[in-house]
Design a protein around this ligand. Structure first.
Ligand code: SAJ
Length: 405
């Protein structure tokens, strides 16, 4: 197969993106360093959980439009969709983007389009441009380099990949236009052209904005706890104002995006990013506060009833109705109380997972029936309308019974 598009990275975004492009009859070669991922995909199967993805991958593979490999080959368009984690000091690590770029530099030819989709610190696209032209100076002015962040919500990827608007920033106007023309074949949402730095920052700002808004809700929950006010009722009533829209407090902010991307701004602009930094602190602190609250309620119970409580921890995922544990605040809380408190027994339930390497998971109904203290950490739909909570001490950190609907 002669691929027209090579995608580097076959994870949560790279795989759905490759399959979508291939579903239009474009030859796509997906590249991943993980041989077992490559093998799974070449059998028409998938290695991640995402609705509707299996059907589109298996069809594209069986029709011969989509293939996976550990090595890239020559194409016309290269998409870089690799992870950009942060290091121990919260500094972004762009080494995967660099490695992916180095891998395709020898393959580049006049007229090619190179696009980074990975969430990246401001200036990354220009850095990769320098890297490319440092070893292939003869291509300067002849290849098109752009940044186009993905914006999809896990669990709804196949729909959002097509329908969401995209921000596309080239290192020059020709690159922006070439990238817009590429995406216009696969995306129904509007394609907004800008420069590479603005597009990079746009992605970081979108997730930082959500983090700041959630921090506001979490701060309110701490104030309300002291003030003896029901935060859910308060937010419901405040949101009746036509220009107020407060988000939901929870047990912290998790996932691989909102809890991560703000650090890409903070690490480069520490003096200026006061509010973004404070929001991260508040959202991290909220998890610690929840953990300490559980421990103190356990102690009070033991003191009051002269026996050790059984505590049920309900929900471990990073947000409702998924099985993803990445950066999960509920996991942080579970680990913290297991480590810091030796009062009573902790039971763990996560209905979206069959098992967990560290915690023995039990059915949530069984956990509730056995426990004295019920801790709701994640507002899974399954936890709503449970009517066997009488005579239990309920700690609801995610608004399971909120008056907010
Ligand atoms: N959360 C709250 N209160 C709320 C909303 C969310 O505490 O009112 C918590 C969730 O429980 C979770 C965290 O925030 O722990 C993040 O969840 P999320 O649903 O807000 O976001 P993600 O991480 O699944 O996806 C986000 C999306 N970004 C925005 O909505 C601005 C998605 O569009 C991005 O593509 C994705 O990050 C990404 O890849 O960057």
């Amino acid at each position: 197969m002669n691929p027209k598009v090579v995608t580097i990275g076959l994870g949560y975004i790279g795989l759905p993106t490759s399959a979508l492009i291939a579903s239009y009859g474009t030859n796509v070669l997906g590249v991943d360093t993980n041989q077992s991922v490559v093998d799974i995909i070449n059998q028409g199967k998938i290695h991640i959980v995402e609705p509707d993805l299996y059907e589109i991958v298996s069809k594209a593979v069986s029709k011969g439009f989509f293939k996976a490999s550990t090595k890239p080959t020559t194409a016309d368009v290269y998409l870089i969709v690799v992870p950009t984690p942060f290091m121990g000091n919260y500094e972004p690590d762009i080494s995967f983007v660099e490695a992916a770029t180095n891998g395709i530099i020898p393959l580049l030819k006049k007229g090619d389009l190179y696009i980074i989709e990975s969430t990246s610190p401001i200036g990354t696209t220009e850095k990769m441009q320098e890297l490319i032209f440092a070893s292939r100076p003869e291509l300067e002015g002849d290849i098109h380099i752009a940044y186009c962040p993905e914006r999809v919500l896990p669990g709804n990827v196949m729909h959002e990949l097509v329908e969401n608007d995209r921000v596309i920033g080239g290192v020059d106007e020709a690159a922006t236009q070439k990238a817009i023309s590429f995406y216009s074949k696969y995306v129904k949402g509007k394609l907004h052209g800008t420069n590479a730095r603005t597009a990079e920052m746009c992605k970081l700002v979108e997730n930082s904005s959500r983090d700041v808004q959630i921090a506001f809700a979490n701060e309110l929950s701490l104030i309300c706890d002291k003030a003896g006010v029901n935060v859910w009722e308060l937010i419901k009533l405040a949101n009746k104002h036509p220009r107020v829209n407060i988000l939901n407090p929870g047990c912290g902010v998790g996932g691989h995006c909102i809890a991560v991307d703000p650090y890409f701004i903070i690490s480069d602009f520490p003096t200026e990013s006061q509010m973004i930094g404070k929001a991260r602190e508040i959202n991290n602190y909220k998890s610690l506060w929840c953990a300490e609250k559980i421990i103190s309620e356990k102690k009070d119970f033991a003191h009051k009833y002269k026996r050790q409580p059984v505590t049920a921890i309900l929900g471990l995922a990073f947000k409702p109705n998924i099985d993803d544990l990445r950066e999960s605040p509920a996991m942080f809380i579970a680990d913290y109380i297991e480590k810091k408190s030796n009062i009573g027994i902790n039971l763990f339930a996560e209905p979206n997972l069959d098992s967990h390497s560290k915690y023995k998971l039990i059915d949530y109904k069984e956990a509730i029936s056995k426990a004295d203290i019920i801790v709701f950490l994640v507002a899974h739909d399954k936890f709503k309308n449970i009517n066997s909570l009488k005579n239990k001490l309920v700690l609801d950190f995610c608004g399971i019974n909120k008056i907010n609907e």
